[in-house]
Structure formats: C-alpha cells, structure tokens
Design a protein around this ligand. Structure first.
Ligand code: C5P
Length: 251
C-alpha cells in the first residue's frame, strides 16, 4: 500500500484575517497561471494551524478552514499525563481535524491514550484523523540532548527509538527532517508516514531552517508529506509557489 502524499501549508499567522487573506490568494484560479486546471482539484491545500493561530482564534479557525474545504493539521504537540492527553484528544477529534500531533517524549502510554482519545472523538467521521509524533525538535541539538536533558545516546538513535515507540503505540507516523525519512521508513515500515518541514526551493533563502531540502529532493528522500511555510506564504505569488511545490513533490 502506498501512503497518501501531500503538501501541507504552514499558516503561521497571528489571526484568522491574515490566514484567510493568504488562502484567498492560494485558492483563486488565475487565468495567467499555466496549467492551473491540472491542480484545480487541489485548489484547497492542506493547512497546518500552529499554536499561535489556534490560541488566538480557538476552535473557530478549524471550523472556518473545514467549511472552506481544507484539510487541517492541528500542530499543538500535546505532552501531558496520559489521562489528560486522552481527554484533550477526544475534544480535538470531535472538531474533525485531519492530522494532529503529540510529543513522543510523553512516552508509550501517553501516545496510546492519545490515539484512543482521538479515535473516540472522531468516531462520527468516516475519514479518521492521523496522529503523528514529534521525535525531537529540530531546535534540540546533541549538546542540549546530553547536557540539559541528560540523554547520552546519539540523536539519530533517540529519534529512531521514539519513532518505534510511536509506531508501537499505534500512531501513524512522525514529524522529522526529510534527511531522516529513509531511516524512519526502514525502522518503522513504509506505511509509517514521515511529515517533513525544512523545505526550500533551490532559489530560496534558508531563513532560520538549518537542514533544508527542495520539494523534489524531499520526494526523492521518501517524505510522505512536506510542510511548507514561508516559501509559499511569503512568496510574491503564493498560488504559483504552491503550484511549483505540487509539480516538484507530486509530479
Ligand atoms: O516557514 P517554514 O517553511 O520554515 O515553516 C515550517 C513550519 O514547520 C513551521 O510552522 C515550523 O514551526 C514547523 N516545524 C519545523 N521544524 C520542526 C517542526 C515543525 O519547521 N521540527
């Protein structure tokens, strides 16, 4: 079975107005865009809502995006005791999100509880949401791992073990760097999805991202979903940047 693959646009905006403005630019079919009809079926991109936007707008932003036909990845990275996470996940499942995440550092029992809660909440939806885990944040380096968190294993071993824990707990995949996608697939199976940020076109600035790949390279590396923010949201023509992502990543 091959995994679904898609491009997730990170809407790192502070309110609904700014988000809708971007979505209007993304979904407008412009006559000057070459071959626009080829992806008109995808004129409603998969959207990632992060903490800033969700805490500013609350659940209404999810309803707004779903009503406009977008799939929603709610990137809240839950991490608490299993019972608390389970109850929170029931609520998020009821909202009809398509993808949501937890920190793998919360452990096996927490991830299992998260999955149970999410499935309970989403019981009435035919398309079940995907639950993925953050292994280690890209802001954590080896020094921090060893000196602050007192974890003495190397980063790649930690990431692999956390991904295996997530798989065992019944999660669908992990957020990771595209550089780690092949290794995660080798350890956890091809059907375990890799969701990879740190994407830049060849002619883009890296901004604050350190290990970057283009959409075409991420495809080669085996990413299932790429998370793309500024290369699309800050582009002069977001619609065309999104089209370029589709062409490179989905072919
Ligand atoms: O603008 P840019 O393409 O860098 O946005 C990447 C998105 O992916 C942001 O929302 C960022 O918070 C998120 N992300 C990341 N690295 C991770 C996890 C999430 O860049 N390890």
């Amino acid at each position: 079975m091959t995994n679904d693959r898609d491009i997730i646009i990170a809407c790192d905006f502070k309110n609904a107005d700014e988000t809708i403005k971007l979505l209007d630019k993304l979904t407008r079919i412009r006559s000057e865009v070459v071959r626009c009809d080829e992806f008109s079926g995808a004129a409603r991109p998969f959207i990632k809502i992060g903490m800033e936007l969700y805490y500013a707008e609350g659940p209404s932003i999810i309803k707004t995006l779903k009503a406009r036909g977008h799939k929603v990845f709610l990137d809240l990275k839950l991490h608490d005791i299993p019972n608390t996470v389970k109850k929170a996940m029931i609520v998020l499942g009821e909202y009809g999100v398509d993808m949501v995440n937890v920190h793998a550092a919360g452990g096996f029992e927490m991830m299992k509880a998260a999955k149970e809660g999410l499935m309970l909440g989403a019981a009435r939806y035919a398309d079940k949401p995907k639950l993925i885990a953050v292994t280690q944040l890209t802001s954590t380096d080896d020094d921090m791992l060893h000196d602050q968190l007192l974890i003495d294993k190397p980063m790649d071993e930690v990431v692999k073990q956390y991904a295996l824990n997530a798989r065992k707990a019944g999660l669908d995949g992990v957020v990771c760097s595209a550089f780690e996608a092949a290794e995660i697939h080798a350890a956890c199976g091809d059907d375990f999805i890799t969701v990879t940020p740190g994407i830049r076109f060849k002619d883009n600035a890296a901004d604050d991202q350190k290990r970057i790949m283009s959409p075409a390279e991420a495809r080669e590396a085996g990413s299932d979903y790429i998370v793309v923010g500024r290369p699309v949201t800050a582009a002069e023509r977001p619609y065309e940047a999104y089209a370029r992502c589709r062409e490179e990543f989905l072919g």
